[in-house]
Design a protein around this ligand. Structure first.
Ligand code: FES
Length: 404
């Protein structure tokens, strides 16, 4: 059954961030910088209920991500329910924990598609960026994915530190027999925002990467489809973020908070409801948080009278907040925004940045706790301090992040 109410279509994509625990410590992780807040992960039954509610409303695609979703030992149970309900199930993983037994069980349970992330084509950079020794393990998992006859979907987040290896990254993907490669240039949210100076590529790097990508496309055609996503900062028009707020995507965080995108919890003065106390249907259709940026009545100038407003819906609400301090403003990526100079300055600074100017921050539980403490003490800069939920409290050092 597909429920729809006048003017609002049901969600198509349900992203279940089943845990924020993760064996990797990636410097560009999109999980909230305050993920080590006090929280409890949803139980198995609560996740099964989320899946049922989503499907009842009409959602067709289920993304299982984290953190590392394989750290949930009930993942097979969740997948089985998803299959029973008829979802197309996409597992988004670092591969750590995907043993042969596990992949076999997950295949039987009903995973349709596995997206495996790599950090680089070299062991050194892969292991540095994730702060783990996982390069060989990921290669092993890539072979298992092939063995179990999944299409090989490799994802590599590009940035200043690995973008010059693009030829090697694509050659590696080719030798692994990848059918799809997503070269997603870093979007500067969450941990990537903290590390923006270290990760922002230069224009020359990007142009070279695009040129190399095109050479591979010309040679391999459909044998290996390559998606190259440009970083927002090099555009003059913003993206239609999430295809519109509360339009297609719904994210359920590890603790059951329901969001229109995976980082919206940082937006100030918005109460995002939790699946433990409110139904998904009511949150999607009736909550003030999901209705806040639907349509265009919330828009201010220059978006309000812009002839292109239907095309990009004013861009990303989270980026408007991170860079301009107000989620109701135009996304500063747009060159009509009065804040576009902030984006231009970051791009300009990328040309001259020296790595020793600022240490890179790895995504770890202890860093997340430290950052929460510093934010509450008022010692972060203004842009960094916008990355946190209102009144967030760090979990104590001893408790495991997301204890159930
Ligand atoms: Fe939240 Fe764009 S990431 S609206």
């Amino acid at each position: 059954m597909t429920i729809s109410r006048e003017g609002i279509d049901p969600p198509l994509w349900l992203l279940a961030e089943v845990t924020y625990r993760c064996p990797l410590h990636c410097v560009f992780c999109y999980n909230p910088v305050d993920y080590a807040k006090q929280h409890k992960e949803l139980t198995t039954d609560e996740w099964l209920s989320v899946l049922n509610q989503g499907r009842e409303m009409g959602a067709a695609q289920l993304g299982l991500s984290g953190g590392e979703p394989l750290l949930r030992d009930d993942l097979e149970v969740i997948v089985e329910e998803g299959r029973k309900l008829g979802y197309y199930i996409n597992l988004i993983t670092s591969g750590i924990g995907l043993s042969e037994t596990r992949i076999k069980d997950l295949k039987e349970a009903g995973v349709d598609h596995i997206q495996l992330s790599f950090q680089d084509s070299t062991r050194e950079m892969n292991d540095f960026l994730s702060s783990t020794k996982t390069f060989d393990l990921k290669n092993k998992v890539a072979r298992l994915i092939k063995k179990y006859e999944y299409p090989m979907v490799l994802n590599c987040v590009l940035h200043k530190l690995n973008i010059d290896h693009i030829e090697e990254i694509l050659s590696m993907a080719e030798s692994m027999g990848a059918e799809y490669v997503e070269l997603a240039n870093t979007q500067f949210y969450s941990w990537a925002s903290l590390n923006k100076k270290q990760l922002m590529p230069t224009k020359t790097q990007l142009e070279k990467a695009e040129f190399v990508t095109q050479k591979f496309r010309d040679r391999l055609g459909n044998k290996m489809k390559i998606y190259f996503v440009m970083p927002d900062y090099y555009s003059t028009r913003p993206k239609k973020c999430m295809n519109g707020w509360g339009n297609v995507f719904v994210t359920v965080q590890a603790d059951g908070t329901v969001l229109p995108c995976h980082v919206a919890s940082m937006l100030p003065n918005i109460e995002f409801e939790n699946i433990k106390s409110t139904s998904l249907e009511s949150i999607w259709y009736d909550s003030s948080s999901f209705n806040l940026f639907r349509g265009d009545s919330w828009m201010k100038e220059p978006c309000k009278t812009c002839p292109e407003k239907e095309k990009d819906l004013g861009g990303c609400r989270c980026q408007a907040y991170m860079l301009a301090g107000d989620p109701t403003l135009a996304d500063p990526v747009c060159d009509k925004s009065p804040h576009h100079h902030i984006v231009k300055q970051v791009v300009k600074d990328a040309e001259n940045f020296l790595p020793e100017e600022k240490p890179i921050i790895f995504r770890t539980d202890s860093e997340s706790r430290r950052l929460i403490t510093e934010k509450n003490a008022g010692s972060l800069d203004i842009e960094e301090s916008r990355l946190f939920e209102d009144n967030v409290v760090a979990s104590s050092d001893k408790s495991r992040v997301g204890s159930i």
